[in-house]
Write a protein that binds this ligand. Structure first.
Ligand code: FMN
Length: 173
């Protein structure tokens, strides 16, 4: 069986190479709207989206993250825009709700012909000594901390579907 929703789920890939062109305002609005339309526990919508096109800021966060991770390179893959999702760390479901929202964003981006990759590694910038600085820079609301990020851009690469891990299903009767 196939329909546009199933095709989007099936065809989405993590894209780690982007063209230099910007993501349009319209497309960004659509992606954010898809996040806001996500379900959340008790409809708390415990998320905040920091949309960053400024490459100096992305570079600054990258430098701190890779330093704290003890690695090198660009964890943002030179994407023209990165959206940082923060959540109320004291809430029970904030991180799960943010994860659901970020997948809606990835699917929406894909449906618009954009590529994206969901990013956990940037967390290292927010849990290190400069964490408070970055929380403020990205205007995280009070008591909010980094949940997850997503890099988005016009894809400059394609990728095969990931192989499905076997043995992850049991039908209980
Ligand atoms: C919560 C989460 C965090 C991730 N963090 C990173 C990351 O920091 N860097 C990266 O390159 N990919 C990251 N990924 C992408 C995964 O590596 C990718 O989804 C997986 O390899 C499957 O490939 P696919 O998305 O193309 O199907 C993350 C994915 C998720 C769901």
């Amino acid at each position: 069986m196939s329909n546009p929703v199933l095709r989007a789920i099936s065809d989405r890939r993590s894209i780690r190479s982007y063209k230099a062109e910007q993501v349009t305002e319209d497309h960004l609005d659509t992606v954010i709207r898809a996040a806001q339309e996500s379900p959340s526990a008790r409809n708390a919508q415990p998320w905040h989206f920091s949309i960053v096109r400024n490459q100096d800021i992305i570079r600054e966060i990258n430098a701190e993250a890779v330093k704290n991770l003890g690695r090198e390179g660009d964890i943002f893959y030179a994407a023209p825009v990165v959206i940082f999702i923060s959540t109320d760390a004291s809430g029970r479901w904030g991180r799960l709700d943010s994860g659901i929202a970020v997948e809606n964003m990835a699917l929406a981006a894909h449906s618009l012909g954009l590529g994206s990759v969901i990013l956990g590694l940037p967390e290292a910038a927010f849990t290190g000594p400069l964490g408070e600085h970055f929380n403020k820079l990205l205007k995280f609301p009070e008591k909010y901390t980094f949940a997850v990020a997503i890099a988005i851009g016009v894809p400059a690469a394609s990728k095969d579907a990931h192989p499905v891990e076997p043995g992850r299903i049991d039908y209980i009767s």
